[in-house]
Design a protein around this ligand. Structure first.
Ligand code: ADP
Length: 695
């Protein structure tokens, strides 16, 4: 309300602002001057209408409301040129109409007066060709009405009409873009070298044009001079762009018209109209061609700039995504590591509780269930870490000659509890040949098949059948894991290997992380193999087939003694036959106590340390058979402790027990002198593997 009152109380904006008065004055003065010049110096029936370009440009740039100025200026110009009465009446109307129509079309088409897109050039050319019909139409009508024309050669109305049409097109086409471009943005910034280039090109252009149109030089070394004109024009079009093209065409036109009055090419007055007409036609063609070339070039330049900006934006986006993804991978690694630590004492506590003999049946079952769940959590953590390491390209394989049959048996055994729980049967079909050797990482390949077997059991009903079929082919082995379970919709089957993908409805209630199959695919491909999922549809079971390249069985050497094992030989326990003494070092009391109590239960003599320095001192002072070291200690890391221990001559067994599970960390462990590298949480079984004396 207040707003509208305020609006109402505001004084109406005055129409005659200083700006408008200046524009109107300039328009009228330049229009009258141009009309007087052309009417005075261009003999009839030759036609040249520079004033029409001035009017069209002014109405386009300043607004169509300036049309009365055009009308009055045209009327004054007609009076000065002493037009007969009929022309005095119709020509100002025709001129005004032409300027209004042209300005209206170009404004509607949202023409960019800087001509930075090719569409602007095409709109300008189209508009000029169209509005140029207006004045010839009126003047032909005037001729009829007045019968003013008596020059016989041009008495034919079509001839007069085409002279006037060409004159109008020529003036509008050459002068309008020049006025629009230079008035809209008169200033420009160029380097000194660019200015030198501009001056050179224009010197060449003016020289050639003058020779051609004023000097009358028709040929240079047998080549028509007009061809030489094309050189600076192409140069301007490709290097100097629209602004200088409008100037170049205007200069050529001025020199060409000047040539009709001075120099060697002045025509006889009787052929002046024809010569002007021919010159205009030539210049119209040249102007059209070069305006189009320059605008296409400008288009190309803008598009290539746009493309470069977009490519830069894309590069930034990719960099951002990859840094975000790195941050995510780092987060997953840290999360995995941090989750392992609190899990460690729980795992050892469960083992401890199980070790007690007089458990009730119910308690034993509960402990088994706890152990099973802990095992599942460990698997999930491992999978998460593996997938982030694969994404970072940091996962490496520990390849050796492996017997696939043995690997498959281990996978079958490690997943047996899933099938037992669900009362499922397993059918194992293997070729006669006992051993199928290939070169690969046995741990990863076992993981591939235990993932497939776990899924086969998980996505099948109670009592269903899971089968695993091995076929030996010429150079590879094919292993198919199939089930008679819920199957996979063919529409989503291609996505099941994508990380974190889970088929929505059918997986409900069977949630995992959706990374098992992604790992399967990555591990298989890292071995030079391939994997395929097939299903006849929902409810019809699934089959996952893995192909792995086979190594020649004969060439397969006996399983090499791993470095770990060789170190084990070099580091015998001191008490032959007896239980070893063990130093457990971990800054987390609960974790240290968990492992220590398990070992004590198995008869080991256990001492504890909580810092790196303490560990070094106790290793030197107590000379234990085995030292189990955490890596993340408060004062120094476990690697440094191991190095120091080895440096002071410790020959016992060194075992790392840590949440750092990366390949780099393992490699550092070997380098530091560790015999074994265990990942937290370690179960009794894990400890027994590296300390066989307590098995
Ligand atoms: P997860 O089992 O943790 O969801 P996976 O990567 O192992 O993740 O499997 C991805 C998806 O593929 C599963 O969620 C399930 O929808 C589908 N899938 C995998 N194996 C089978 C199978 N044997 N039968 C039916 N669907 C399966």
């Amino acid at each position: 309300m207040e707003d509208s009152l305020a609006l109402m109380s505001t004084a109406p904006h005055p129409f005659f602002t200083p700006h408008r008065i200046t524009v109107g004055g300039l328009l009228a003065a330049s229009y009258i001057a141009a009309m007087w010049l052309s009417e005075t110096y261009v003999p009839h029936p030759a036609a040249l209408f520079p004033a029409s370009a001035i009017a069209l440009s002014a109405l386009f740039l300043e607004g169509i409301e300036f049309w009365p100025v055009v009308y009055i200026a045209a009327l004054i110009g007609s009076l000065l040129a002493s037009f007969p009465l009929v022309f005095l009446i119709i020509m100002p109307i025709a001129q005004t109409l032409q300027a209004v129509a042209g300005a209206y079309i170009l404004r509607k088409a949202k023409l960019d007066p800087l001509f930075s897109r090719s569409r602007d050039t095409f709109w300008l050319i189209g508009t000029v060709l169209f509005v140029s019909l207006i004045t010839p139409f009126f003047s032909s009508f005037g001729n009829y009405a007045n019968n003013a024309f008596s020059v016989s050669a041009f008495a034919h109305p079509i001839a007069v009409w085409s002279l006037r049409y060409t004159g109008s097109v020529f003036c509008l086409l050459i002068l309008t873009p020049f006025l629009l471009r230079w008035i809209t943005k008169p200033g420009f910034v160029r380097t000194t070298w660019e200015i030198v280039e501009i001056v050179c090109v224009f010197a060449l252009l003016i020289g050639t044009t003058t020779a051609l149109f004023i000097g009358g030089v028709a040929e240079v070394v047998g080549i028509p001079t007009v061809y030489f004109l094309l050189i600076p024009l192409f140069w301007v079009a490709l290097r100097l762009l629209p602004r200088f093209m409008t100037l170049a065409l205007l200069l050529i036109s001025l020199i060409a018209i000047l040539g009709l009055y001075v120099g060697n090419t002045v025509p006889d007055p009787s052929v002046f109209p024809t010569r002007l007409f021919q010159t205009e036609e030539f210049l119209i063609v040249i102007a059209m061609i070069f305006f189009i070339i320059v605008s296409l070039e400008e288009d190309r330049r803008l598009n290539s700039n746009l493309l470069q900006t977009q490519v830069a934006a894309l590069e930034n986006a990719v960099a951002r995504i990859s840094s975000e993804s790195n941050a995510k991978n780092d987060f997953i690694s840290i999360l995995g590591h941090e989750l392992r630590n609190p899990l460690a004492p729980v795992v050892t506590a469960v083992d401890l509780l199980r070790a007690k003999q007089d458990r009730e049946h119910e308690e034993v079952e509960m402990l088994a269930m706890m152990e099973d769940r802990l095992h599942a959590v460990r698997r999930l953590l491992d999978d998460l870490l593996n997938i982030s390491r694969i994404a970072e390209g940091k996962l490496s394989l520990k390849k050796e000659h492996v017997d696939l049959s043995a690997v498959l048996k281990r996978a079958v055994l490690s997943t047996a509890h899933h099938r037992q729980e669900r009362h499922q049967t397993l059918i194992f079909k293997s070729p006669e040949e006992k051993s199928l050797f290939f070169y690969g990482d046995p741990i990863r390949i076992e993981q591939v098949f235990s993932n497939l077997l776990t899924n086969a059991s998980k996505y099948s009903d109670i009592g269903d059948r899971v089968s695993i079929t091995v076929k030996k082919q010429a150079k590879e082995v094919e292993v198919a894991v199939s089930d008679t379970g819920i199957g996979i919709d063919p529409a989503v089957i291609a996505k099941v290997f994508t990380p974190f993908y889970q088929a929505e409805l059918i997986s409900r209630g069977k949630r995992g992380l959706g990374i098992g199959l992604a790992l399967v695919k990555s591990f298989v491909e890292m071995h030079g193999g391939r994997v395929r999922a097939e299903s006849a549809g929902v409810g019809h079971g699934s089959q996952f087939t893995v192909w792995l390249p086979l190594g020649a069985a004969a060439a397969a050497p006996a399983k090499p003694v791993p470095e770990e094992a060789s170190r084990m030989v070099a580091a015998p326990t001191r008490k032959e036959g007896g239980k070893p003494s063990v130093l457990v070092v971990d800054d987390n009391d609960a974790a240290a106590a968990g492992v220590g109590r398990l070992l004590a239960l198995k008869g080991c003599q256990v001492t504890y340390g909580y810092t790196g320095q303490e560990a070094i001192q106790k290793i030197a002072g107590l000379a234990p058979d085995i030292a189990i070291l955490d890596i993340g200690l408060p004062d120094m890391d476990g690697f440094a402790v191991a190095k120091a221990a080895r440096a002071q001559g410790f020959l016992g067994r060194l075992i790392a027990l840590t949440g750092y599970s990366t390949e780099e960390a393992r490699a550092k462990g070997v380098e530091a002198g560790f015999d074994h590298y265990l990942i937290k949480p370690a179960s009794l079984a894990d400890l027994q593997r590296v300390i066989p004396e307590i098995a």
